[in-house]
Design a protein around this ligand. Structure first.
Ligand SMILES: *Cc1c(COP(=O)(O)O)cnc(C)c1O
Length: 368
């Protein structure tokens, strides 16, 4: 049996007619950049997340970059983030000329260990980018207390966590700004690139809106060096169709995760954790085990798509060698990089396929 990690084809097939109709609407409108679809989608996402503003941008990376720029962060500033995330979380910091500072993760949720924040804060620290990795949120309650006490801005990297909650507060709505990606494989994914900044701050809304059109509020009256980074009408129209399904998809993800949790619990595998008062949206279902590489090639030989997120913690990437972290500094991130594996989970995964994945993992361990 062939089971991809994420089955986008199946999702597209089911939505094909609805998406075609929405694309026709855009084609007929003749408006392809910054039109009604994007404006409406911005309002829909802001209201879904629970913020006042939403600004559509070209991708999640640009969302982070423009949120940092809106906070005036640049050369000489330090921004704290996680070493166990997609490169863009730190790349955005470097892109604006600031320096990323890495705080190790908790081995339970793979999110930044907020208790270790104090040691990383220096007089140059300007902001924190907590990353809600794999769909589980960072402890934002504790993080916001520290940020407020130290007068630090907070930009949530919620690219993997749309819909996730802590104490009923949604990912992206808690910090000064939240950033989303609509990359095709994300929980809410377009058919191309897309992203959004959400915020309750009028000044940040205003700044990001200016940055995304070449630093201008009024056409041809450019005020600063900005970007060309908008969410186009075709993507916004597709995403509006998909947003209507997001809550249903989340339930399916959580249902599949419960089945894995139950079926794999007696194996020598570390299962994903959902802390009390949190809602995990399982962007990825990530297991941990010492035999990671062996298990991965065994599953791949059986046609099961799985992947390593992430094989190198960011502080060990050659591009960040100059930051001076060596091996052994951020032990939990380094451990996770060699033991974790994402196995197939998406709303379209069916019983038969999931059973096959479970049986194959049990087989690898010689069970049953
Ligand atoms: C996907 C992702 C991004 C970047 O999003 P793009 O739309 O691909 O630029 C940033 N951070 C995290 C954690 C992501 O998963």
């Amino acid at each position: 049996m062939n089971i991809p990690l994420v089955n986008l084809k199946r999702q597209s097939d089911r939505l094909r007619d609805e998406i075609h109709a929405s694309l026709d609407r855009v084609i007929d409108s003749g408006q392809f950049i910054m039109g009604d679809e994007e404006k409406t989608f911005e309002k829909e996402i802001a209201s879904f997340v629970g913020t006042t503003y939403g600004i559509g941008v070209g991708n999640g990376t640009d969302a982070l970059i423009m949120a940092l720029r809106a906070l005036n962060i640049g050369p000489g500033d330090e921004v704290i983030t996680s070493p166990f995330t997609f490169f863009a979380s730190a790349e955005s910091i470097s892109s604006v000329g600031a320096t990323p500072v890495f705080v190790d993760i908790s081995p339970d949720t793979y999110c930044m260990d907020v208790d270790m924040l104090y040691d990383a804060i220096t007089p140059r620290t300007k902001a924190i980018i907590p990353v809600h990795i794999f769909g589980h949120m960072v402890d934002m309650k504790k993080l916001m207390e520290i940020a407020k006490a130290r007068n630090l801005a907070v930009i949530e990297d919620a690219c993997q966590a749309i819909g996730a909650t802590q104490d009923c507060m949604r990912a992206g709505a808690i910090g000064d700004a939240g950033c989303f990606s609509f990359f095709p494989t994300k929980n809410l994914g377009g058919m191309g690139d897309g992203g959004m900044v959400v915020t309750n701050r009028k000044d940040m809304d205003d700044a990001v809106r200016m940055f995304r059109v070449h630093g201008s509020r009024r056409k041809y009256h450019n005020e600063c060096i900005g970007y060309n980074s908008r969410l186009d009408e075709l993507q916004a129209a597709i995403l509006r169709v998909k947003l209507r399904y997001l809550s249903g998809w989340e339930k399916k993800r959580r249902y599949r995760a419960r089945i894995y949790n139950e079926e794999l619990k007696n194996l020598p595998i570390k299962l994903p954790i959902e802390l009390d008062e949190y809602r995990h949206v399982y962007h990825l279902y990530v297991i941990g085990c010492d035999e990671r590489d062996g298990l991965m090639s065994y599953l791949k030989d059986k046609g099961i798509g799985c992947g390593v997120y992430y094989p190198l913690p960011l502080h060990l990437l050659p591009v960040y060698r100059n930051l001076g972290y060596g091996i052994g500094r951020l032990k939990n991130a380094e451990g996770a990089a060699i033991t974790t594996l994402a196995i197939p989970l998406c709303p379209e995964l069916n019983d038969l396929e999931q059973e096959y994945v479970i049986d194959s993992i049990k087989e690898f361990y010689g069970v049953k």
